[in-house]
Design a protein around this ligand. Structure first.
Ligand SMILES: C[S@@+](CC[C@H](N)C(=O)[O-])C[C@H]1O[C@@H](n2cnc3c(N)ncnc32)[C@H](O)[C@@H]1O
Length: 220
């Protein structure tokens, strides 16, 4: 199946609300666990940059585990960020975790360099995937851990529908539609490896970690 792009920003309030209400516990906890396994505690220090943070569900899970690190989340969709900010305030994380409305790519962020860069499920939204890798290259401090996770485009649209049925059976229709479209828009590991080479990033490996996810990880 060839890639079918989807719109980049998730700025429709109904779409943002459905995303915010969905249960991403399995995938998002997996993300944080992988980070802990891949990067030894004490071998890095924030601030952390979360690119395409959306409603900040990964951001808050990360913040709970790494409870002494400041985190900046960046996203271009105010509809997503508004829900994220409310949740962070509710959980008392808003003094350590800040969300910024920025459309990537950017030349400037609140910090000139970040001690770790994370991103989940942003890449498949980007028409030019080098946007993500160039921002990472620009803002990751030397030696900073990098962990990017995203969906993996299945071989056929039938397989994409199967994955939606398997992993999002109880979710709202709008969320199931978005998940199907995201699977069709996703990049495959060999495509990601090519992007990373083109961006001139070295020392980043790409590994498949579930029936629908790959990670790209390493140090800047
Ligand atoms: C599928 S959501 C992932 C949100 C979050 N990382 C998570 O895992 O729950 C993708 C997010 O990327 C954002 N996005 C897409 N293209 C962007 C761009 N060029 N600049 C900034 N944000 C972008 C969308 O607005 C959306 O909130």
């Amino acid at each position: 199946m060839d890639r079918i792009p989807e719109p980049d920003l998730m700025d429709d309030p109904a779409q943002a609300e459905a995303y915010h209400r969905a249960d991403f516990t399995e995938a998002h906890e997996h993300f944080v666990t992988l980070f802990r396994q891949l990067f030894e505690a004490g071998s890095w220090a924030g601030p952390v940059l979360d690119l395409g943070c959306g409603t900040a569900d990964v951001t808050r899970r990360f913040a709970r585990v790494f409870d002494d690190q400041p985190i900046h989340g960046v996203d271009g969709a105010e509809a997503m960020l508004r829900l994220g900010r409310e949740m962070l305030e509710w959980e008392g994380l808003n003094c350590r975790v800040e969300l910024f409305c920025r459309y990537l790519p950017v030349d400037q962020l609140p910090e000139p360099r970040y001690g770790a860069v994370i991103s989940n499920s942003l890449l498949h939204h980007l028409q030019d995937p080098l946007t993500l890798w160039s921002v990472i290259r620009r803002f990751a401090a030397p030696g900073a851990p990098i962990l990017v996770m995203d969906l993996l485009r299945p071989a056929t649209s039938e397989r994409a529908a199967e994955l939606v049925a398997l992993h999002a059976a109880g979710e709202a229709e709008i969320l199931r539609r978005d998940f199907f479209n995201s699977l069709c828009a996703a990049y495959r590991p060999h495509e990601v490896e090519q992007q990373i080479r083109e961006a001139g990033l070295e020392g980043i490996d790409v590994t498949t970690v579930s029936d629908r996810h790959w990670i790209a990880w390493g140090r800047a």
